[in-house]
Design a protein around this ligand. Structure first.
Ligand SMILES: Nc1ncnc2c1ncn2[C@@H]1O[C@H](COP(=O)(O)OP(=O)(O)OP(=O)(O)O)[C@@H](O)[C@H]1O
Ligand SMILES: [Mg+2]
Length: 409
């Protein structure tokens, strides 16, 4: 791409009419120059050979002709290796969008092409190019959310803090992503009102040719700038995922994003172990109940026994009750665990339920609430730990500590 930031786009439209509509929309763009061709792709490619190679290719396709689309995308891949391909079509169904994604197409712009949609896709191309050429990109970081028992609030805390981290970015780059690897019961995308029809399953089906562009294309985009990979809707066995596949996904996510947040299932498997091993920070979410505290101990022990005890860990007490009695129960729990809770998030059913029902961040429901303050503190703590700030390593629980509380629920 030229230093002036002018984006060159070669557009291959099916006929003169659609070429004219594109010309009407793209003509006013000051930061992009379009070479628009119409008619047969073979002839258009010949004509385009005389031009400087483009930064992106736009291809008009017919959703009724899947085979033709496959051929055209592969011909373009050969003609412009490494150049992002954007598709445009009228009335493409979801199935068709999936096909495009598998073919490595960066995005689909529905027709009639709207000026703002074209702008947004081109911005994406620009960001990609910048990322690929960025000289000193700081290393990316992975935060894994683990839970001490089902329903502790791990997904809520993971999605809320991921939104906060994404919102804080100075540029609106989607540099924070949340991968919902709780593949059987994951609901991270829905918790912030993102479509989960394209999901982890699509990445799995395309595992042979998974790359950064493909990974981005299966993400839901939240307005905060957060990208979310949804868990599959259908129930699938946990061992559908392998440690090799999860390793590849994490490597790609690290290459594409600055911060990668993982929502992991409760069960330990070879691939969850592999994911934890690659993590720079573990956030273990618990509640103040006997069963959850037992689970904290098991998780901490498991981490130690599997050689993961050196990974910085933050223990979060969610749904914290702020009454005096609860404070003494918390201290008892901390004694039994042999470590303190690093963060607490207050129990606020009304606010959290409303945020989840509306699919919006808690900050939008009750900005000045205690729960929002606690979530912000947790996000701050995560950012600090990821930046290498004062680390509190997972302290092994005392072997003799009994997990029992006087008024345990
Ligand atoms: N701080 C909180 N105050 C009140 N309710 C909360 C809080 N955090 C989470 N919840 C509620 O707890 C329930 C479970 O939350 P969530 O789905 O995030 O837990 P999870 O640990 O991911 O569960 P799962 O085992 O299903 O993955 C949700 O209904 C959510 O509204
Ligand atoms: Mg969950």
């Amino acid at each position: 791409m030229e230093s002036s930031n002018l984006l060159r786009v070669a557009a291959f439209m099916r006929d003169r009419e659609s070429a004219a509509s594109l010309s009407a929309v793209s003509g006013a763009m000051s930061r992009a120059r379009f070479e628009i061709y119409s008619g047969s792709l073979a002839q258009a490619l010949q004509a385009s050979a005389a031009q400087q190679s483009p930064d992106a290719v736009l291809l008009e396709i017919d959703p009724q002709e899947a085979e033709n689309t496959r051929d055209s995308v592969s011909v373009l891949g050969e003609a412009f290796p490494g150049t992002p391909v954007i598709a445009t079509a009228a009335g493409a169904e979801l199935e068709y969008t999936r096909l495009l994604m598998r073919l490595g197409v960066l995005d689909l712009i529905p027709q009639p092409i709207e000026h703002h949609e074209l702008l947004s896709v081109l911005d994406d191309v620009r960001r990609r190019a910048k990322r690929l050429t960025a000289p000193h990109r700081p290393p990316s970081r992975v935060v894994a959310f683990l839970k001490a028992g089902g329903g502790c609030g791990a997904t809520t805390l993971a999605s809320q803090t991921a939104v906060t981290l994404a919102t804080r970015r100075t540029q609106k780059e989607p540099e924070v992503c949340l991968l919902d690897l709780d593949m059987q019961f994951g609901a991270a995308a829905l918790s912030i009102d993102l479509d989960d029809r394209v999901c982890l399953n699509d990445l799995l089906e395309a595992r042979e040719r998974i790359d950064g562009a493909l990974m981005r294309s299966v993400m839901g985009h939240h307005e905060s700038g957060l990208d979310v990979l949804a868990a599959p809707r259908a129930l699938m066995p946990l061992d559908t995922l392998t440690k090799e596949f999860v390793g590849d996904c994490l490597a790609l996510a690290r290459a594409e994003y600055q911060t990668v947040v993982l929502d992991l299932p409760l069960a330990w498997t070879a691939w969850t172990f592999a994911a934890l091993k690659q993590s720079d920070l573990i956030v273990l979410v618990a509640q103040l109940s006997v069963s959850s505290l037992r689970c904290v101990r098991r998780q901490l022990q498991g981490l130690q026994e599997h050689g993961l005890g050196g990974i910085p860990l933050r223990l979060v007490l969610n749904r914290n009750d702020r009454s005096w009695g609860a404070a003494s129960r918390r201290r008892e729990a901390e004694q039994a665990l042999g470590r303190r809770f690093d963060f607490t998030v207050v129990n606020d059913e009304r606010t959290v339920r409303e945020a989840l029902n509306r699919g919006v961040p808690v900050a939008k429901v009750a900005r000045w609430s205690r729960v929002n303050k606690d979530l912000r503190r947790l996000a701050d703590g995560m950012a600090l730990a990821l930046a290498g700030g004062s680390e509190v390593l997972a302290v092994p629980p005392k072997a003799s500590g009994r997990v029992a509380m006087s008024e345990a629920r």
